[in-house]
Write a new protein. Sequence first.
Length: 226
Amino acid sequence: DLHVMAQEVLRLQPGADHVVTGAVPLFLRTQRAVLDSLVTSSFLAFGIILLIFVVQLKSIPAGIVAMIPNIAPIVVVFGLISYYGIRVDIGTMITASIGLGMAVDGTLHFLEWFKKELAEGKSRHAAVASTVTHCGPAIWQTSWMIALGLLVLLPAELLLISRFGWLMAAMVGVAMLGDLVLLPQLLACPLGRLFEPAKRPPKSESVSAEDAIGMPSAAAAVRYSP
């Protein structure tokens, strides 16, 4: 608006020029530059984390699917910010890359245990159920502790700090739901086949009771499974 007003005045003064000075214009230019760099860094973080997932899972499609629960907090929280018309500032933009990094921790924990269950010969659905039982308490307990710690910033007088606190708490909460609700659904649906090992572990040999009768007792004890 100030630039438009200056241009209208300069039309009446040919050859004149103007320079906007003061703390407020300087702060606005600095904030715009910081926001641009934060957007770039967020996309860079996304690319690096995606690469880590691809290397860890040894599959590009599996790495892309694994990223879905991690971008969910950003999509949900920033979607609500846009819907309610909340202004985006430096404190708001920082939450994107931080939230992405925090969400990855729970996802990696979940996927590593899921792969372990599959390696033991369990079916995909049984592996998902076992992983939720094992990893669920650790993920939701740490998430709630971190979120409550961030809400300490809520009463801060500086709006930037206060907004950062509740946005990060919201990010952590949505990330928890992504790891404990969305990720298990993805692994249980047909997309979960991307995470299965190429060769399933062989099942242990078993013989019938009739075949085991004629075996020596030691051999029968080893090979016979009821």
